[in-house]
Design a protein around this ligand. Structure first.
Ligand SMILES: C[S@@+](CC[C@H](N)C(=O)[O-])C[C@H]1O[C@@H](n2cnc3c(N)ncnc32)[C@H](O)[C@@H]1O
Length: 500
């Protein structure tokens, strides 16, 4: 989903002065550091930054367990990786944009901007449903405004062939790759029909991250770190500056999105690091980005080939954030367990797992109250002018999905998500699996309630443009009409890693 498409860039400058979050100890740590813990300036794939050139104990990786990855194994002889069956060759560091060109159905709407290679999804039998792991560091992104004149706003539609037969990873990757390319040319974001909705969703994420991303006050040695799973185009980078983190690690399956996220980060990265003169319009944290499948690979499998030593140097982290994405994992129990294991093993005790997902309570209510229509195809559908949910199979009359995995629906959000398959996330199942991995539920609330409860506190803290972008027709702030129902489809949650 995506409102998820929160790739909404909020208006620039929404990074909040984080002076209140800075303890003296932290300032000292920053001053004393002479090498960044996660460097953004890897000039080539072969160069390993100095801070990573350390011996690392093998058992650090063992906490993530063993996963099978189908790809060429050229790591023979390196016993550290044998249990993950992952490649350490430089070949995996190559950008993998060479999805072969299909030359298919050019859409007149943005044909001139078209990257035809993005249209085709790979066949479901292809082993590439697990992406090759790619690190992003030294990437040149053309400035689109230099090449194309902005004429009018063009709403987004994806063009995915083989949609019916392709597997979810391929559909999702193609969709978000196309979305990323399109967003460069579509015109001013303020013209989007869901501009207000995006601002609303961003505000919710500010509130969740602002309230629940906490540094480890008992450990002055560790840098304040956030792992952003399914990070998309880096729509939450501003929020990370807002909460004052020191290190950011972003992973997404869409290589175009990861490229874009890195490009955005690089453009706003503060050049000089000084605890005394902090430029709050810039990113004062270090970051790295990688492509990977967060539901099918372990975090070391994704990160280590590109950033050797990163697990030992930067994990466990203080927060794992997964925004508007977890529902894609509910295709199978195995995917959900892989994801939750990744999250739990990445977190320090007391660290938080923060996410936003469609609410199974909301979906159940719609079904129980029979607030749906039957399409000509016989499929049941609910929604309004902004969003729609179309069930693949008849939903259960009581709205309780059993078994809790693989309950597919197609989600549509105007100008953002174009009929992409998603899966119902029965919240109790998420809670129970999370508990299996030592994650305890701390907070769960519908978006409307989060907004109403938190807005008095956040109104003075957030960027003015973001707030103004939520102005309703009655002069108040928040969501209204069809947008209100569309945002009410979502909930925010927070789990905490148990232990000391
Ligand atoms: C709606 S977007 C959300 C992006 C970002 N979290 C935000 O809030 O702006 C969903 C993201 O999930 C990513 N995604 C879906 N399945 C994934 C997977 N298995 N592994 C990694 N990323 C995945 C998509 O590529 C897409 O960028």
């Amino acid at each position: 989903m995506s409102q998820h498409e929160s790739s909404v860039e909020e208006p620039s400058g929404s990074g909040q002065p984080s002076g209140s979050l800075e303890s003296l100890g932290r300032k000292r740590r920053l001053e004393e550091r002479d090498v960044p813990a996660v460097s953004s300036s890897y000039s080539s794939a072969k160069e390993v930054p100095g801070w990573l050139k350390v011996a690392r104990p093998q058992d650090k990786y063992e906490q993530y367990g063993q996963r099978r990855v189908e790809r060429s194994n050229d790591t023979a002889g390196d016993s550290r990786y044998s249990k993950y069956n992952i490649s350490t060759s430089n070949s995996v560091l190559k950008r993998r944009h060479e999805e072969s060109s299909s030359g298919d159905d050019a859409h007149p709407k943005y044909a001139k901007y078209r990257d035809e290679s993005l249209d085709r999804v790979q066949s479901s039998s292809s082993s590439s449903s697990v992406p090759e792991v790619t690190a992003y560091s030294n990437i040149e992104i053309a400035n689109p405004s230099a090449n194309h004149r902005e004429i009018r706003y063009q709403t987004f539609e994806s063009h995915i062939r083989d949609r019916e037969t392709a597997d979810i990873n391929n559909i999702v990757r193609s969709h978000y790759n196309q979305r990323t390319v399109h967003s460069k040319y579509q015109g001013s974001r303020t013209k989007s029909p869901i501009y207000k909705l995006r601002n609303f969703n961003n505000t919710i994420k500010y509130m969740l991250l602002g309230n629940f991303v906490k540094r480890d006050e008992n450990n002055n040695e560790k840098l304040f770190t956030l792992l952003d799973l399914c990070c998309g185009k880096g729509g939450d980078l501003n929020k990370c500056e807002f909460v004052g983190i020191e290190q950011y690690i972003g992973i997404d399956i869409s290589d175009r999105s990861v490229e874009e996220a890195f490009s955005r980060y690089r453009q706003k990265k503060a050049r000089f690091k000084s605890a005394h003169r902090k430029d709050n319009t810039k990113y004062n944290f270090e970051a790295c980005f990688a492509t990977g499948d967060c539901f099918g690979q372990t975090i070391p499998e994704i990160l280590e080939p590109n950033f050797p030593g990163i697990i030992d140097r930067t994990f466990p982290v203080d927060c794992v954030s997964i925004q508007f994405s977890l529902h894609y994992s509910f295709e199978t129990e195995e995917k959900v367990r892989t994801l939750i294991m990744n999250i739990s093993k990445s977190l320090r005790p007391g660290g938080t797992f923060i996410g936003t997902i469609p609410s199974s309570d909301f979906i159940r209510g719609k079904i129980q109250r029979k607030e749906y229509i039957k399409e000509e195809t016989g499929k049941k559908k609910f929604g309004n002018s902004i969003y729609s949910v179309t069930f693949e199979k008849d939903p259960p009359a009581d709205g309780v999905f059993r078994p809790p995995f693989g309950n597919k629906y197609v989600y549509n959000l105007i100008d953002a998500v174009d009929n992409v398959p998603e899966y119902v996330v029965p919240f109790e199942t998420l809670r129970s699996i999370s508990e299996d991995y030592g994650l305890e539920l701390k907070y769960k609330k519908n978006f409307i309630d989060i907004f109403n409860e938190e807005i008095p506190k956040y109104f003075p803290k957030l960027n003015k443009n973001l707030i103004e972008g939520m102005k309703r027709s009655d002069g108040k702030y928040g969501a209204e009409g069809d947008e209100k129902e569309a945002v009410g489809f979502y909930l925010g949650f927070v789990f905490e890693k148990s232990g000391v």
